[in-house]
Design a protein around this ligand. Structure first.
Ligand code: MN
Ligand code: MN
Length: 305
């Protein structure tokens, strides 16, 4: 009985994480590539899901961040098994569908897979972009309860397009923090966790916050950490993040996944959920549950193996 109750709670947080990713993407996308000053002039404070931006989005429309996470989630959830090839095939199908936005490193990696079948992009000094971490959330859900498995999967999905140690670190760290949050860690404990990570990789130090929110994975993660740890609810965390501008849809998506895991679905403002496509939100909720259920921790909590 106790286990069932606890599992329900983790599941609610898992839904919050995946919904949070999509909502952060949709909230931030209109501000992508704007400076904080430009956002202020145009929106005052951007705190509604308004659409527009350089991609001329409909309100609630998501971009590559959510779409690539869905490529991973669908491949893994339908098989209840981690396999890289179906993920790469979903990426290829997605690229052929002419998505509204694709990062250069992602495009190059997927094209390379389409031409050669390569599942491990060559190391590249210019690959320290945030394109692998923005889509890593499904790994955190599916590998809950097995740290080495999580790290393997987080890096393997990254290397389909991005092969750089800073990107690898960010992918593993985000999964670790999301997983701790799913299992109910306090913010204080998460902050301690980040401190041990920073001891390994001091480049990501975010206090004092340098204020850059570009697509460089170090800038991205500093922005995510800064806003996650200085706010007390999902809404102010996301609003603070996207109003930083820069790669606002991607910082929004990443912090949305983390804050969604921490505050749960209940913490997401209703007015934001209402702006999103209902079918997409239903699919995302379902995928979050389908990824969590076969995870090692999910199985233990459900009394299945
Ligand atoms: Mn995007
Ligand atoms: Mn972006």
């Amino acid at each position: 009985m106790h286990n069932t109750l606890q599992y329900e709670e983790v599941r609610e947080r898992a839904r919050g994480a995946f919904l949070g990713l999509a909502i952060g993407d949709a909230l931030g996308a209109p501000a992508e590539f704007m400076t904080a000053g430009e956002i202020k002039t145009k929106y005052g404070l951007l705190k509604e899901i308004v659409g527009g931006g350089w991609l001329r989005l409909k309100p609630g429309q998501v971009t590559d961040d959510t779409e690539m996470a869905l490529c991973i989630a669908r491949a893994v959830a339908s098989r209840r098994q981690w396999e890289l090839l179906p993920i790469a095939e979903n990426f290829s199908r997605w690229l052929r569908s002419k998505p509204i936005d694709v990062g250069d490193t992602c495009r190059r990696g997927i094209r390379d897979f389409m031409l050669t079948g390569r599942l491990d992009a060559l190391p590249n000094a210019w690959d320290a972009g945030n394109g692998a971490v923005m889509r890593v959330l499904p790994v955190a859900l599916f590998t809950l309860g097995d740290d080495p498995f999580m790290a393997d999967c987080a890096v393997a999905q990254a290397h389909l397009t991005h092969n750089h140690p800073l990107s690898d670190s960010a992918c593993v760290w985000l999964c670790r923090l999301v997983q701790r949050a799913l299992l109910g860690s306090s913010k204080y404990a998460l902050r301690r966790e980040v401190d041990t990570l920073l001891a390994e990789q001091p480049k990501f130090k975010f206090d004092p916050y340098p204020g850059l929110a570009t697509g460089y994975v170090v800038d991205t993660m500093q922005t995510v950490f800064h806003h996650f740890f200085r706010t007390r609810d999902f809404e102010s965390c996301l609003v603070g993040t996207v109003n930083q501008g820069g790669d606002a849809d991607t910082t929004g998506a990443i912090v949305g996944a983390l804050a969604g895991a921490y505050y749960g679905e209940e913490g997401i403002p209703r007015r934001w959920l209402k702006k999103m496509d209902r079918h997409l939100m239903n699919e995302i909720s379902r995928l979050a549950e389908e990824l969590l259920a076969p995870s090692p921790q999910g199985r233990r909590m459900r009394g299945d193996g």
